[in-house]
Design a protein around this ligand. Structure first.
Ligand SMILES: [Zn+2]
Length: 132
């Protein structure tokens, strides 16, 4: 199976993929801590997404244009705009690799966070981490 980056490299134009499934593993203790900080979704939303998934990679400016919720002083790392049919087709924006590296984030963790939103998770408070 092709990795996401290999898949994206094959496609001309914007970096878009659909129906991509990322497998991730974290120690339970780390998951617990990240959930406390609102970095990972609660268990009921922390599961694979079963609808059509579109992941779009972009620069800070591109993510800010798609998701105006980012605050100017935060990194724009990932977001999933609320849509009428998000339960069946979810669009996730994730910062490009250079941005994630500079911010100290891993792609799979940002994706896992955003898939929680695709599955219906909503933050009670916004704005700590640049991932919405
Ligand atoms: Zn979020």
């Amino acid at each position: 199976m092709l990795s996401l980056s290999a898949l994206l490299a094959l496609r001309p134009g914007p970096a878009v993929s659909t129906n991509f499934v990322y497998r991730y593993e974290l120690p339970d203790k780390q998951v617990e801590i990240m959930r406390k900080w609102d970095l990972l979704p609660p268990p009921e939303h922390d599961r694979p997404y079963t609808g059509v998934l579109t992941v779009i990679r972009g620069t800070q400016d591109e993510l800010r244009a798609q998701c105006p919720i980012f605050r100017p002083y935060n990194w724009a790392l990932g977001c999933s705009p609320v849509r009428m049919n998000r339960s069946t087709h979810c669009i996730v924006y994730i910062a490009d690799d250079a941005t994630l590296k500079a911010a100290g984030w891993r792609y799979d963790l940002v994706l896992r966070h955003e898939l929680g939103h695709c599955n219906g998770w909503r933050h009670e408070a916004y704005g700590l981490w640049g991932v919405y």
